[in-house]
Design a protein around this ligand. Structure first.
Ligand SMILES: [Zn+2]
Length: 343
């Protein structure tokens, strides 16, 4: 007997209305997989660019997207260890082999056998055991689903790459976004002063509520560095956590103090940046790349969520049938917080 489930299927790239809600076979868990009953799936900007065709890597049609998944294990493959039916879990954005040199050195995010996770826009999804981490029974699925791909990346950026310390000042771009919000919460919990950059006056109060000491409102392309310098007695910031990339690079780099660390987390637009190398050595700057999240970092992020330090700001919980609305909200950028599908 073939079991079926409801899923939001993409047959081609296009606008938010391109999803089709269909009955499709429940995925079969391979030897190394767990089958999850999806409790919640976050909708991120990454999902938007997969749907609209901007992001093509690893995407072929028809497909079911969605990588920010929280759910309950309902079946385990023959080789699965340490996970049982009934366990609740959340995903990181990929699985890795666990055995190569990179995996064994805590560098699993660059494992050559890394495979992306998808399929969360459905009632069930099969994912490799390496991609999931157990969550406590009392943690809400709407909170847990984004801990890996969003808050975990923020922990990686703030704690492990930029190494933010007490008494430092941290500038966060794209502060209202999925990685921006937990970046603020983690930087604040580390004892840092947080300066948030946003385009929206309406979001300024939310950002202060979420932990920003100061909020600078700037249009895309506007040079906000003079205002950041004013807020830091002319010194600039010790750390930049940049979730936006090229559109804010010049102003953010200009805001960086001497000996500052610039953590590059996101690139929302396709443009190049140009910089005179002298600006890097005169400033003694460190430019650092941040990518994804390891299992250990995700486990630590789950603890921070239990402690209330990481609190995803959820604006909207929608049923799977409202996937088009969910994408309109995320793509439009007007929504004040995260959008979560509850299949
Ligand atoms: Zn590996």
């Amino acid at each position: 007997m073939i079991r079926t489930m409801r899923a939001a299927v993409l047959h081609k790239a296009g606008g938010p209305d391109v999803f089709r809600i269909e009955d499709v076979p429940v995925p079969v868990a391979g030897r190394d997989d767990v089958l999850l009953k999806v409790e919640a799936c976050g909708v991120s900007y990454r999902d938007v660019v997969e749907r609209n065709g901007t992001y093509r890597r690893d995407v072929s049609f028809p497909c079911i997207i969605g990588l920010e998944i929280a759910g309950t294990v309902v079946e385990t493959g023959a080789d699965v260890e340490g996970l049982a039916v009934g366990d609740r879990v959340c995903t990181k954005a990929f699985s890795s082999c666990g055995r190569c040199r990179l995996c064994r050195n805590g560098r699993e995010t660059t494992c050559a056998r890394r495979k992306p996770i998808s399929g969360g826009y459905a009632e069930y999804v099969a994912v490799p055991q390496d991609s999931v981490v157990r969550i406590p029974q009392e943690l809400g699925a709407d909170i847990a689903c984004s801990l890996g791909p969003a808050a975990g990346v923020a922990l990686n950026a703030v704690r492990d790459v930029a190494k933010v310390r007490i008494g430092e000042t941290v500038l966060i771009t794209g502060a209202t976004g999925g990685v921006g919000v937990p970046s603020m919460q983690i930087a604040k919990a580390s004892g840092a002063r947080v300066i948030a950059i946003t385009r929206s006056l309406q979001k300024a109060k939310t950002l202060r509520d979420l932990g920003a000491s100061d909020v600078v409102i700037a249009e895309t392309g506007e040079n906000f560095a003079p205002r950041v310098r004013e807020l830091t007695k002319g010194q600039g910031v010790d750390v930049v956590i940049d979730n936006v990339g090229s559109a804010v690079f010049d102003a953010s780099y200009d805001s960086l103090a001497v000996h500052g660390r610039y953590a590059m987390v996101g690139q929302l637009f396709g443009e190049e940046v140009s910089i005179n190398p002298a600006r890097i050595f005169f400033k003694r700057a460190k430019i650092l790349g941040v990518g994804s999240v390891s299992r250990t970092q995700l486990e630590d992020t789950i603890v921070l969520a239990e402690w209330g330090i990481v609190k995803p700001n959820i604006a909207s919980r929608l049923p799977l049938e409202d996937v088009a609305t969910a994408h309109e909200l995320v793509e439009g950028g007007a929504v004040n917080g995260r959008v979560v599908l509850i299949p």
